[in-house]
Design a protein around this ligand. Structure first.
Ligand code: 5GP
Length: 215
């Protein structure tokens, strides 16, 4: 099973210790993972992924929208490693959008709501890049969709996996950045009703934030 950095329940940083946009200060409880740590961990994930997967053309498939920052930084590290590690493979990108969350809760209904034509992944190694695995249902659906396009191999990397033993389908991705407590998180492109994407660190939203930005 993939190793990862485990963030224990209650292991957070005071938001006063970091630069938080003023418009969000009152709506966050704490910082869970500072951006610097995210980037350091992402660099190592890129190395592990290249060592396992860079044996033929690699397609990184970005799960929109929450995964775009992680996808962007991970792709950059993969491209650097792939270009400097002795042997290299063609690397391309694609996008898909699935939706399962309403406000701050997961629903049973996972829908594909956009993305590109995936016929180009046929016969290639595919890396699905996701922001968060909660119950695991979104990724199970995604794997069903992607396998219809007959890739050579599919691996999944998720920046976060939540500890949700009672809700989880017990799905685990191949590569994990951090295992985190079962809290609703925002920042680093992960949104709450389209807010908080413009926040550098992954943070825990507070009750006021949930109310303020509820649709
Ligand atoms: P799952 O299908 O695994 O229950 O949910 C996965 C999706 O739910 C993620 O891709 C993400 O979009 C959303 N999600 C799960 N937990 C959180 C969270 O704490 N914050 C936000 N903003 N989205 C979440």
């Amino acid at each position: 099973m993939a190793g990862c950095i485990k963030i224990e329940d209650g292991q957070t940083f005071s938001k006063e210790m970091f630069c938080i946009p003023q418009h969000y200060e009152d709506y966050l409880e704490s910082v869970l993972i500072p951006k610097g740590l995210i980037l350091n961990r992402t660099e190592r994930l890129a190395r592990d992924i290249c060592r396992d997967l860079c044996h033929g053309p690699l397609v990184a498939l970005c799960c929109l929208k929450g995964g775009y920052q992680f996808f962007s930084h991970l792709s950059e590290f993969i491209i650097n490693y792939n270009g400097t590690s002795g042997h290299s493979v063609p690397f391309s990108i694609d996008f898909i959008r699935l939706k399962s969350y309403e406000n701050d809760g997961s629903t049973n209904d996972v829908k594909i709501v956009g993305g590109s034509d995936l016929s180009s992944i046929k016969g290639k190694n595919v890396l699905i890049v996701e922001d968060i695995i909660d119950t695991g249902r979104t990724m199970e659906k995604m794997l069903e969709v992607v396998s219809q396009y007959k890739p050579a191999q599919v691996k999944v990397v998720s920046l976060l996996v939540k500890r949700t033993p009672l809700r989880s389908s017990s799905y685990r991705p191949d590569y994990i950045g951090f295992e985190v407590p079962d809290r609703f998180v925002v920042g680093y492109a992960i949104d709450y009703n389209e807010y908080f994407r413009d926040l550098n660190h992954i943070c825990v939203i507070n009750k006021e934030g949930i109310e303020k930005y509820r649709t």
